[in-house]
Design a protein around this ligand. Sequence first.
Ligand SMILES: [Zn+2]
Length: 140
Amino acid sequence: MFKIAKEFSFDMAHMLDGHDGKCQNLHGHTYKLQVEVAGELFADGAKRGMVMDYSDLKAVVKTHILDQMDHAFIYDLHSEKECKVAQLLIDLDSKVYGIPTRTTAEEMAKYMFEKLEKVGLPVSLIRLWETPTSYCEYTK
Ligand SMILES: [Zn+2]
């Protein structure tokens, strides 16, 4: 089996409601995202010798992750406090994106994995860097 990966970068604001430190405050990160897909090689046609065309991988991640999350306030749909902030931003025509979990690197990596899997990408691993020295890896 072959594994190929592509890296992306995006900016995002969030807060961790209930955190016992500075992460409870609204702040942002430049995230690095690595999406790995696994499979065998195409035997013929335009994609012969490839697991997947890197440009196709890029397009899927752009459509299903980056277009929604880049430069958005990402918030936990279950947090009343975070929903209040999101509502204010919505009223101000600012970009928001709600997910049904806390917006830790761990939960977001899992969310992205499952979202990409659902649209048919043969994703095998997600690595999400919240800072240049901190990342989470999610795989099944
Ligand atoms: Zn943070």
